[in-house]
Each structure stands twice: as C-alpha cells, then as structure tokens.
Design a protein around this ligand. Sequence first.
Ligand code: NAD
Length: 367
Amino acid sequence: MISELINTNQLQKADPVFGQLSFDNHEQVVFCNDKDTGLKAIIGIHNTVLGPALGGTRMWQYANEWEALNDVLRLSRGMTFKSAITGLNLGGGKAVIIGDAKTQKTPELMKRFGEFVHSLSGKYITAEDVGMETSDMDLVREVTPYVTGISEEKGGAGNPSPITAYGVFMGMKAAAKFKFGTDVLEGKKVIVQGIGHVGETLVEHLVQEGAKVIIDDINQERLEAISKKYGATIYKGENIYAEEVDIYAPCALGATINDATIQTLKAKVVAGAANNQLADEIKHGRLLQEKGIVYAPDFLINAGGIINVYAELENYDKTEIMRKTENIYNTTIEILNNADVNNITTHQAALNIAQSRIEARKKENQQ
Ligand code: NAD
C-alpha cells in the first residue's frame, strides 16, 4: 500500500496533483464527488496512446486522500505498461473509491460512479479490482457501456480473477524454470500472501501440481476455510519474508518489497498477482537482482485479468483468452533472459519492451 511507501507528510509537501511523487505525466485525473450517495472517487487516466484507458476500480478505506490519489496514480501507470507488454490495444487507467467496501458500497453509489465513468465517453473503461465484485460491474453496466468484467449472464466474460491466477501460475513456472532449471513446482515451498479472489485459485493450481503451499492473510476465517479446502498450511510465524521458501507470491496489496522487507527476504523467486509489488521499482528491483532473487514483473504476469476483460471488447472466445494467458510463460522467459543478458533488472527489461511499443505507436499515430 502506498502508506508503506511514502508517509503522508511527504505527500502533503508536494504540489497537490502534478507534483505528487507518483505523478508520471498522467493525461487526466478526475475527482468525482456525490453528496447523496457519499461517493468520493478518483479516476486516473495515465496514457491512451495504444487505446482507451482500461483498468479496474478499487474500493479501499484509505487513511487519507493523499494515499488514495497516489494509489490511483501508481495503479493507472501500471496498467499502461501491463496492456502494452501483453500486446493489447489499450491504454492505462484505474479508479479508486474511498471507503469501506463492506459497509459503504451501495447500488446507488456504484451507479453514480458509473455515471462519472460514462461522462468520460469511453476514454476510461472500468472493471473490478480489490473490493469489487462482478455484480458491482453489472450495476455500473446499467448506466454506461464503458465497463468490463460483467457477469456471463449479462454478456460479459465473468470474474477475471481465475484467469489472473492462471497467468500468475504461468509466470511463476517460467521464473522457476529460469531459477531452478525446471518449471515443475512439485515439492517447491511456496508462500501465498493474500488468498482472496486471485490467491485462492493460485493456491488451487499450486496444490494440484504438488507444491508445498503456505498461506497468509489478515482474514482468519478465510485462512481456515482455504486451508481446509486445499490442505494448505497456515503461516504462523512473525515475519513471512524471512521464511525459507522457494517462491514468495504477493497476492494482497502492493509495495510489500520495500526497505524493511527486502533485508530479510529469503525466497529465491518472487512471483505474484499484486500490483506494484516493488515500493521503489529502481532501488528494490536492483536489490532483488543483487540478492539473486528472480522477480517476475507483476504487470507482466498478472495480465490474465485484463486479457479476460479485453475479450469483452474484442469479442474473442475462451480458447483465445487461455492462449493469450498461457503466453505469459513465454514472455516471462524472454524478459528474464533479456534482463540477464543486458544486466538490467527484470522490471526494467519488461518496462523497456512496453515503452518501446507505446513509442512506436505514438510515431505511427503522428504520421
Ligand atoms: P481480494 O480483495 O479478493 O484479495 C486480497 C486478499 O488479501 C484478501 O483476502 C485480504 O484479506 C488479503 N490481505 C489484505 N491485506 C493483507 C496483508 N497485509 N497481509 C495478508 N493478506 C492481506 O483481491 P484480488 O482480486 O484477489 O487481488 C489481489 C491482488 O492482485 C491485488 O493487488 C490486485 O490489485 C491484484 N490484481 C488482481 C487482478 C484480478 O483479476 N482480480 C488482476 C490483476 C491484479
């Protein structure tokens, strides 16, 4: 979470929007307020060179508005590179709704949010993220066509999380192949942090393959349910980063690789679903490289969800969704080799490819 990254004092000292640390030449930032429903949301549109800015909506109880703003700035930027590296004709955007999804989310609030999305005439297309369900997107769909991740009954591609988990599993296997010389995860000790929509399906794939799965979550009830369902071990220690494991899979929130955790991190591979896993992409990317920890870039391996929702816009079927998602394996191998050969971080290697695709399109558009 952004709070682990920058303290609020630092955020407040900077200029309110364009001066924020996470501001990266975003094209548009839209603040949405509605007194009647209590909606307070921010839509971040980072870049639309490759296409409309598509990215999910997160509902979260932020400590303050600075955190919400910086989260949407970071997340929307990440979406630009995710779609670019995955070869989709989409730009990067994201939205955050400030509030507790469990107690403050109402159908009226979701529809009002949908009206704000609609007011952007398709420049931003939403979907679900943390705190959102397919049923919420169905509500948004009642007021705007600029929404994906709607239920199959309503003509959508359904919940993207299982596909995201499958893509993460593919990226993890590729990282294992690079690090251990085999992509078979049987017997590998994997810790999955966050066993929500994506984490659970990842646990399922891992257990099926015979990995030794350890799970961690702040939700005790869920931990017990998932442990029982899949036979995974609940983590009981004090510091999961210091646990001797083969693979650490961050599947909760971002910035868990930071100044504090990187010192004790013992995993040999980091591969998970969370967005923005590195608190500081350059510094922590480099430190992982120096420690010989293979990092499968988050925006590359968690692209299954966007591949799934993109199908709703392009009308491709489940077979094509799975083919594109499986291809995350090949792209990950390519990126890891590229980083190795050029002695750059894996994050940088992935970013270079994404940025060059955007630059090439920009030139084409200018001709
Ligand atoms: P989710 O809300 O369903 O699950 C998140 C889980 O993390 C919850 O069980 C929560 O209790 C747990 N959690 C929160 N803080 C924690 C902490 N400090 N320690 C341990 N567990 C904690 O979300 P999701 O849809 O499964 O997404 C997980 C991550 O993957 C998010 O970062 C999301 O942005 C990213 N992601 C999701 C998708 C998708 O298709 N859902 C796609 C791309 C990226």
